[in-house]
Design a protein. Structure first.
Ligand SMILES: Nc1nc2c(ncn2[C@@H]2O[C@H](COP(=O)(O)OP(=O)(O)O)[C@@H](O)[C@H]2O)c(=O)[nH]1
Lengths: 639, 302
């Protein structure tokens, strides 16, 4: 079984991109004899003995005459393991537009750097664009190593400079390969001349990139594309058939699943899932073209979306997005109307404002801006006529992307990546409230605090926390549960699972908990929060604000969590379908000095929840803002 | 056992093509599928049928008929139309010649170039807003940059510098009256993908694609099968050879190649090992100039 890998390439002019692609095609035998003959003839005519491989990828006549590539061209080659599609995008100063186009569907970006010139402004731009478009993998090929004596120092210098810049970007998987496209070193076969390089050659790397976990298998999203109703069929049995056809943009769907149809909001059950041509599917997953039948007759049209009742996209008319302007015929001006095309929905949109323009080379934000021109990228706020059903682009490329179309020329003028629903964020100064903390009507009979439950997925955090919330409220103490999974639908919906996103997740959740605690409530946080330092920062922020922070370690062994596997996540992580899963291929750092540790030996959910309530009682007696003692357990002293 | 949620590359290509068919059917005014009986158009039709199952394909098919087709291909075409209950429109080059709109260079000359006019007339007369074509990007250099949705002006012309950027799976098919969109659902398929898919799906093709004993003559370095369009010229020695066709175009100029691939599986193996492109091998008109295809595209040919 061979998979498909989509590659986007970028490099400045003359970095050797055409040569590299020609080399990949040639060495993987994707070049036919007659094509090679044509290249050899042309090379000879230009006075070169060896066939110039760059000519293989060279396209239209206008470009041949100018000797440059001017657009996105697609190339194909295959090895027994994979079929590859290369979107060949030129790296000229003015061609951000082409790279954005070619990169929109890429699994991996190859960025070329000329070893003699090092990291150029353009290399930075290419890296930035790859990260903006959320290409999961980035491979930096340091080319023309033959011209720098295959020097390890040169390679290391470029590598460290690039890494420094890339650290500012969100790049999930970054690797470096020293190559010579001309001689073929480290392209298809490992280089003899660079024994110091221990990694794999480029083709090998591309063949083995782990892409299965790049897709979003969690958020079920089926934008309805076409309603299939064979009511005039020769076969009368089909007259009642109603199938909702579309390409699954996320998640896994099967017969029997409870689903909600948006924007209507009606919930029903999937009765059958069909592949093309009526192949019955046990399960359908991201990327598959399917036709779905539902148990109830609901009025569904193109542009609607089928999802799970507990996991819905945003529904709204105001959204924030990063936008790349693609045409020289006009500029983006706030107030102008466009047609917006988002998944299978099309409506009108007005760009309300441009928040800033981003300098793609320096990442500097220019807020004094009233339009965006060709190849410019900016953050904008958009209002649509009909609501869109969307996710943040980082979370889902399919439901987080859109294009804008000019209504007079019908041209595609902009590519957009949604960052989230639009909120008012003009006012960022801190206002001291008029109500002092102790002047608030007490929401309960005790003081506010944060109970922070950390532990592996499946350790029981959420169940215990929910029960403790119930007990506390029942006893007249205002408590509010902040559940990590739930927050990812709203507050943290724009975040993924990279280390940076996880730290941000903890920071935001901590900040909200602190607000609740400040208002006098008990904030109960249930969050894996694997990073000890991130948790400590939340603790420090609470202490600085004079608020109690109780860290609770839900210490359920990994084997137990994995055996429970309530969301099937461990199985997927083990199968390699999702990556960075805590406990499997991402570390969990247990708290060094938690105020309370809960283990399965404490008894069931009820016993653990009771211990939490007791912890709240005890913490209430300590001085807020000081480091609290480990909570003593009633009745545990004799153990 | 855990399920691995991974599509094979053929499944992925199939899903993408199905997505494109549905997108056009949902948004375009009066689409039509260009059907020649050639293997790419056959695969295209197969995908269209799968995309709308269990309903009928919601658009008709158009054949641009040069009047110089292989008999087997016309038979095959009519059989498919019948079998799938399709609506067939024929845009005839012969009609153009008879009406004096097109001119043959000499009687019996290849008519590939005259197809363009018939195609454009067919689209205009029927007011088709979108036409599905079976072109693939791997066929030829000029096609490597072709979009899936290719915009044509009111003269059917293609301007390589004025094509819409195509991002994600968001296709913009908007156009004014008179203009139209060519849609290429097989853009990302290679010749090998096509054959592997034909094998996997058990798709029936015209006999010409398989090796049979045929009477041929050698002309300009190509093998031409003797039929009612190709007569041996003085000095040409007809002979029997086991051959098959890699493309089926105008019968006056489409050559065949020696091959012993009598089954689809054997063709797949042959294609996998091939060292010469299908166009390079068998289309006399494409060999005229390297930029030949580009010129024809600009005129409105696919
Ligand atoms: N010495 C050397 N020259 C190279 C290498 N790669 C490319 N070149 C040369 O650099 C020039 C520009 O290469 P080309 O592939 O056309 O660059 P592009 O503009 O990035 O497509 C050509 O003269 C190539 O032969 C390499 O690895 N070593």
């Amino acid at each position: 079984m061979s998979e498909l890998l989509r590659i986007a390439t970028a490099g400045s002019v003359d970095d050797g991109k055409s040569t590299l692609i020609g080399r990949l095609l040639y060495d993987s035998k994707a070049i036919f004899a007659d094509q090679l003959d044509a290249v050899a003839t042309t090379s000879k005519a230009r006075g070169s003995d060896a066939p110039d491989l760059a000519l293989l990828t060279d396209g239209l006549r206008a470009e041949r005459e100018q000797g440059i590539t001017i657009d996105v061209a697609y190339r194909y080659f295959a090895t027994p393991k994979r079929k590859f599609i290369i979107a060949d995008t030129p790296g000229h100063l003015q061609y951000t537009r082409n790279m954005v186009t070619g990169a929109s569907t890429a699994d991996v970006a190859i960025i070329l750097i000329d070893a003699r010139h090092g990291v150029l402004e353009q290399s930075r731009r290419h890296a930035f664009l790859a990260s903006l478009l959320a290409i999961p993998h980035l491979v930096v090929c340091i080319n023309k190593m033959d011209l720098v004596d295959f020097s390890e120092e040169v390679y290391e210098e470029i590598r460290s400079e690039f890494e420094q810049f890339a650290a500012k970007l969100e790049v999930r998987d970054l690797s470096f390969i020293p190559i010579s496209a001309l001689t073929g070193d480290n392209v298809v076969t490992r280089s003899q001349a660079m024994g110091w390089y221990t990694g794999s050659a480029l083709l090998d790397h591309l063949e083995n990139l782990h892409i299965a976990s790049d897709r979003n298998l969690i958020d079920v999203r089926l934008p309805v594309q076409y309603v299939i109703r064979p009511h005039q069929s020769r076969d009368a049995d089909l007259h009642d058939f109603r199938g909702y056809a579309g390409t699954l943009a996320g998640g896994v769907m099967k017969a029997g699943d409870e689903v909600t149809v948006l924007p209507l909001g009606r919930t029903t059950t999937v009765s059958a899932v069909w592949g093309p041509g009526g192949t019955k599917l046990e399960e359908a997953f991201t990327g598959q073209a399917v036709t779905v039948e539902l148990a109830d007759d609901i009025d569904i049209a193109r542009g609607d979306l089928i999802c799970r009742p507990q996991n819905r996209p945003f529904v709204g008319q105001d959204l924030d997005a990063m936008l790349c302007w693609l045409t020289e015929q006009s500029s983006l001006v706030p107030g102008h109307r466009y047609t917006i095309q988002h998944t299978t929905r099309s409506t009108r949109a007005v760009v309300e404002k441009i928040d800033y323009r981003l300098d793609v080379n320096t990442l500097h934000r220019d807020e004094q801006v009233d339009e965006l021109g060709l190849n410019e990228i900016g953050r904008i706020t958009l209002r649509t006529q009909q609501p869109l059903l969307f996710d943040a682009y980082r979370r889902s490329r399919e439901t987080g992307s859109f294009i804008l179309i000019d209504e007079t020329t019908n041209n595609t003028v902009a590519a957009g990546m949604i960052t989230g629903p639009a909120y008012q964020h003009d006012n960022v100064v801190w206002h001291d409230g008029a109500v002092a903390r102790d002047a608030r009507p007490a929401p309960g009979d005790g003081q506010g605090m944060t109970l922070w439950l950390t532990g592996l997925s499946g350790s029981g955090k959420s169940t215990i926390a929910a029960e403790a919330e119930r007990l506390l409220n029942e006893s007249g103490r205002a408590a509010y549960l902040l559940d990590g999974d739930n927050l990812r639908h709203g507050l943290n919906a724009d975040l993924g699972f990279s280390a940076g996103d996880r730290a941000e997740n903890v920071r935001r959740t901590g900040a909200v908990a602190q607000i609740l605690a400040d208002s006098g409530q008990v904030a109960i946080v249930s969050l894996v929060s694997p990073d000890a330092e991130a948790r400590d920062r939340v603790r420090a922020a609470h202490q600085a604000a004079g608020l109690r922070f109780v860290e609770v370690f839900v210490d359920t062994p990994l084997e137990v969590c994995e055996a429970r596997d309530p969301k099937g996540m461990y199985a997927r992580a083990r199968a390699g379908e999702i990556s960075d899963f805590t406990g499997v291929d991402a570390p969990y750092e247990a708290p060094a000095r938690p105020e309370l540790t809960l283990s399965p030996a404490d008894g069931g959910v009820d016993a653990s929840a009771a211990l939490l309530v007791a912890a709240v009682e005890q913490a209430s007696t300590t001085v807020p803002g000081t480091a609290s003692e480990t909570i003593t357990r009633e009745g545990n002293e004799d153990d | 056992m855990t399920v691995v949620y991974e599509q094979t590359h053929l499944d992925r290509l199939e899903s993408e093509s199905v997505h494109i068919f549905r997108e056009v059917a949902a948004t375009a005014e009066k689409p039509v599928l260009l059907f020649s009986g050639g293997k790419d158009s056959v695969v295209m039709l197969h995908l269209a049928i799968k995309a709308f199952w269990p309903a009928q394909v919601p658009f008709g098919v158009m054949h641009v008929d040069t009047g110089q087709n292989f008999d087997e291909v016309i038979e095959y075409r009519d059989r498919m139309v019948e079998k799938h209950g399709l609506r067939l429109i024929v845009a005839s080059v012969q009609d153009d010649i008879d009406a004096g709109r097109s001119h043959e260079e000499y009687p019996g000359a290849p008519r590939n170039r005259l197809q363009t006019a018939a195609l454009l007339r067919g689209i205009a007369e029927n007011q088709f807003g979108a036409a599905f074509g079976g072109a693939r990007r791997d066929e030829e250099k000029a096609r490597a940059k072709e979009r899936v949705f290719s915009f044509r002006d009111e003269f059917g012309q293609w301007d390589p510098r004025n094509q819409r950027p195509e991002l994600w799976s968001l296709y913009n098919g908007r156009h004014r009256k008179g203009e139209n969109i060519r849609v290429f659902p097989l853009s990302n398929w290679t010749e090998l993908d096509i054959w592997s898919y034909i094998e996997r799906e058990g798709i029936e093709l015209p006999e010409l694609y398989y090796a049979r004993k045929r009477t041929v003559v050698e002309r300009d370095g190509m093998l031409l099968a003797v039929n009612r369009f190709i007569e041996p010229k003085p000095g040409e020695q007809p002979f029997e050879a086991l051959t098959r066709f890699r493309t089926v175009g105008d019968a006056t100029c489409t050559g065949c190649v020696e091959s012993d691939a009598t089954t689809t599986a054997q063709v797949v193996a042959e294609v996998a090992a091939a060292r010469i492109t299908e166009r390079g091998a068998t289309r006399a008109d494409d060999r005229i100039s390297e930029a030949g295809m580009e010129d024809r595209k600009k005129e409105g040919y696919f």
